[in-house]
Write a protein that binds this ligand. Structure first.
Ligand SMILES: Nc1ncnc2c1ncn2[C@@H]1O[C@H](COP(=O)(O)OP(=O)(O)O)[C@@H](O)[C@H]1O
Ligand SMILES: [Mg+2]
Length: 491
């Protein structure tokens, strides 16, 4: 559907064009007209389908030229808050829309000072927004629209009460919008409690995993995984790869191991400072980093394009995470490859995942050392070809000197040796994590609910996995059957 058919004004259409969006995504096509009409909307569509613009464009269109906060957008994490602020700023640039972001961990004094300039749109994480409300450093009396974005994620992170408080602070609002990748019951209950006769738009998840992503699995023992992954990276030669690890320790160790073997890798997880995570992501987006190692939470919802390969070093704890993880690749119509490592007693998890995605993963045989070296040399040769395009004039004298002393063959061989990293020369030891014990239907025995927290906590000297396991029943409610949950579908 064309953006021009949705009732958006020319300035926004121009900004959309500048952003390179050609067509509205289904969630945008369905929700933008409703939101423009002033209706309350619950929008469900998978990650990466453009939900930000779906609520952002109508909000921008309705802004009035006055000094008052007119819209509040609540986001689960700092990264998503910043990303949303940036996208709305970009889309509203022509009309000088003032969009500010507030989140925890940043200096509140500075936030308060900039809030004195009164943004038209305020994006923030729940805790920090509440903090400002309690300090009366923001005034929501003229807010028209409140958005709960990535609502399932906020539920996972235990923000429901904060959100309810914020909604109670903004009683004058005319419109409430709720967006989420999944729609567990507690989220719908918020909808019922705080929204007026909401229109529910549900875009069925489709072809996310179906056509564009080639999904493989490698059966391997825990102790073999790292070497196999390195060889796979050598053979597959990803442009940009994301490696997922189950715990923060995993991410740290994998990152160090990959770096030790000469790969251009860096890691992100919840214990790293905000500044550090942002700088890693920035380098990755700019292509200055080849491999991003991440936990689920650190990577979920982040918008990274151009990822060619996803390696699930640890099989995800629940099928939804799997879908989110491999959704990092195969975006925007491009092909992607995912490889999932499965230890012998995790095969049951793999089957559960396959039931959800309705697609079987193909077995992949670990490459041999020879194949890996061959892969490396192929890349080295491509690199040399690149180098040949540069101006090499000023090296001629020294090159001649070397050629007098060595044969061309030896020189080139040495050069190739230097360009390819003989991975097996560097021993890397990754602390074993207990494999996930599989107990029947993984969806119900799902440990994934703890995800959000898990990533933000310190488990010094403990086995995360074990701990996670103990919490499962306490924390697991209402999510198991969400795929059976049928919401009124818009015609
Ligand atoms: N209509 C569109 N066409 C192309 N890209 C789009 C479109 N709408 C949004 N995008 C881009 O897609 C990416 C994902 O959008 P985002 O709003 O973060 O997805 P979601 O919130 O659904 O996970 C962003 O880079 C965004 O700029
Ligand atoms: Mg989003």
């Amino acid at each position: 559907m064309k953006f021009s058919e949705l009732g958006l004004n020319d300035a926004l259409l121009k900004a959309i064009k500048r952003s390179g969006f050609e067509e509205a995504t289904p969630i945008q096509a369905e929700t933008i007209p409703l939101a423009l009409e002033g209706k309350d909307v619950i929008g469900q569509a998978q990650t990466g389908t453009g939900k930000t613009a779906a609520f952002g464009l109508p909000i921008l269109q309705k802004l009035e030229k006055k000094k008052a906060i007119q819209a509040v957008i609540i986001e689960p994490t700092r990264e998503l808050a910043i990303q949303t602020q940036e996208e709305l700023f970009r889309l509203g640039r022509d009309e000088h829309a003032h969009v500010q972001v507030v989140y925890g961990g940043a200096d509140i004094g500075r936030q308060i000072r900039s809030l004195k300039h009164t943004p038209a749109i305020l994006v923030g994480t729940p805790g920090r927004l509440l903090d400002h409300l309690k300090r009366k450093t923001i005034d929501l009396s003229e807010v028209k629209t409140v958005v709960l974005d990535e609502a399932d994620e906020m539920l996972d992170m235990g923000f429901i009460q904060d959100i309810e408080s914020i909604l109670n602070y903004s009683k004058n609002r005319e419109q409430t919008l709720l967006f989420s990748a999944t729609m567990p019951k507690p989220i719908l209950r918020i909808g019922e409690k705080f929204m007026h006769d909401p229109e529910i738009v549900r875009i069925k998840a489709k072809e996310l995993t179906a056509d564009l992503i080639d999904q493989y699995f490698v059966r391997a023992k825990e102790s073999e995984k790292f070497d196999i992954m390195c060889r796979l990276i050598d053979v597959q030669g990803p442009d940009l790869a994301v490696v997922f690890g189950r715990t923060k320790r995993r991410v740290d160790e994998l990152t160090r191991g990959l770096q030790a073997r000469g790969y251009n890798a860096a890691g992100i997880h919840g214990d790293l400072s905000q500044a550090r995570r942002m700088s890693v992501l920035k380098r990755f987006r700019e292509g200055k980093l080849d491999i991003l190692v991440a936990t689920d939470v650190a990577a979920r919802g982040l918008d990274i394009s151009g990822v060619t390969h996803v390696y699930n070093y640890d099989i995800p704890q629940d099928p939804d995470s799997y879908v989110h993880r491999i959704g990092r690749t195969g975006r925007a119509g491009q092909n992607g490859i995912s490889v999932t490592f499965v230890t012998p007693n995790e095969i049951g998890y793999m089957r559960t995942i396959e039931q959800l995605t309705k697609k079987k993963m193909s077995p992949l045989r670990p490459p041999t050392d020879d194949q890996a070296l061959h892969g490396q040399l192929k890349q080295a040769k491509a690199e040399i070809e690149n180098l040949m395009n540069g101006d090499l004039g000023k090296y001629e004298d020294d090159a001649n000197e070397l050629l007098e002393n060595y044969s061309a063959l030896d020189l080139v061989s040495a050069f190739l040796k230097n360009l390819s990293k003989d991975a097996s020369e560097v021993k890397v030891k990754i602390t074993p994590e207990k494999p996930l014990p599989y107990k029947g239907n993984g969806r119900r025995n799902n440990h994934g609910r703890g995800r959000g927290r898990n990533d933000n906590r310190h488990y010094r000297g403990r086995n995360n996995n074990h701990r996670d396991h103990n919490r499962k029943d306490r924390n697991f409610r209402g999510r198991g059957n969400k795929h059976d949950f049928v919401i009124k579908k818009k015609d």
